[in-house]
Design a protein around this ligand. Sequence first.
Ligand code: SF4
Length: 432
Amino acid sequence: MNRSAVRDFQAPGVSVQRGEVLVPVQVGDPARGPLPCPAAPLIAGSLLRKGWRCTLGSVPRLDEPGSDLGGAALDLATLYLATCPQRDGSTAALAAATAPGDRMAAAAASSVIEEWAAVIGTRRLLITASPWCGGAGRALDAARSTVADYGGRGPRVCIYGELAAPPEAAADLAARGAVVIDSLAGLDRGDVVIFPAHGVPPAVRATAIERGLTVVDATCPLVAQAQDQASRIAERGDDLVLIGRAATRTAAAITGHAGGRASVVETAAGAATLQVTDARRVSYLLQPGGQVETATAAVSSLRSRFPAARGPHPDGFCYAPSDRALGIRSMAAGTDLMLVLGDADSADVRHLSGLARDGGARVQVLGAVTELAAAMLTGVSVIGVAESTSATAGLASQVTAALSGLGPLSVIHRQVSSQVTEAAAPAAPAAG
Ligand code: SF4
């Protein structure tokens, strides 16, 4: 590929402190005009890890070293610069500037530009879908419009349990007065309570109504459907077995509808030891929000013990987690490196990293674009990006933009999406 060697230039009109490095976001090239530097955050990140102070800025003009500037050349900042082509045929720069005569900063700046110039190349970036499912998005919209309607106008606005939402969106709701609660105690008539996508047990709903609270029900329709099914199971006198995870709000919101005859089973072993009231009167549901495939072993175990057990119709399954997992595994199989975006300590990052490794990928967790190091990209031409629920807003876009500064980059968005449709009726035989 047509990339330049790293060269040094004079940078008139630029002020850099000694002991500091200026990382340009744009460089004025007298021949080619302004050159964008999309990889600037990567260069700044490398310098920061080496202990250098960095600022981002613009370099209005570069000149050949020793250009006659009326004897002022000795007082000019030094710019280290490499260039690479972009996908649209334009040119981008990787650059860093240091104060006149600051040899240590100059050595650091030139070596970092060398590092990144060494990994310039043509790449493909595969990006997974948003980590937020339709149910979570719907609940966030409801919370936002509730806060807009009521926030700061008298009644308190509360969210019963954590809202599944990007960290910035949750912080914004909190800043506008929404409070996350675990109990309705202390709320007064007219206060507003939002039930998030995971739903609430019927006792909580009944208490909210008794107290005269304004209820905004943002329960995901798939959870609400499971709640209805749990009620019907209880009405016909069956024990409910929920295949899912007991220590979750969704499980409590569903089993609460089963009239006290519900168990939650996560594994085949759990199903094998389950006690029920009457082995002929067992019905089971899959907990929405879990991968459908992971329930298979528990369902088989349950059905072998209770052959008369009645199960749910697959039309009502939540396929969002299965689609997400399948998308990440299949993407990982075709990448040289999978970037998992978010907080390394978060459960979702650990989950995504496990899926990507299952798919055969090398995984790197990034909490910020500046954490990407040149060494991670050596020999890498296909990169996957999986955004976790703990990723800061815009991180996937920042990573994409920064990587575009390292050579031609194709960006492909990949999404697995299951859809329940009506089976097509067979065509009528031709008359005659
Ligand atoms: S049930 Fe499925 S679609 Fe609904 S909130 Fe949970 S994961 Fe999202």
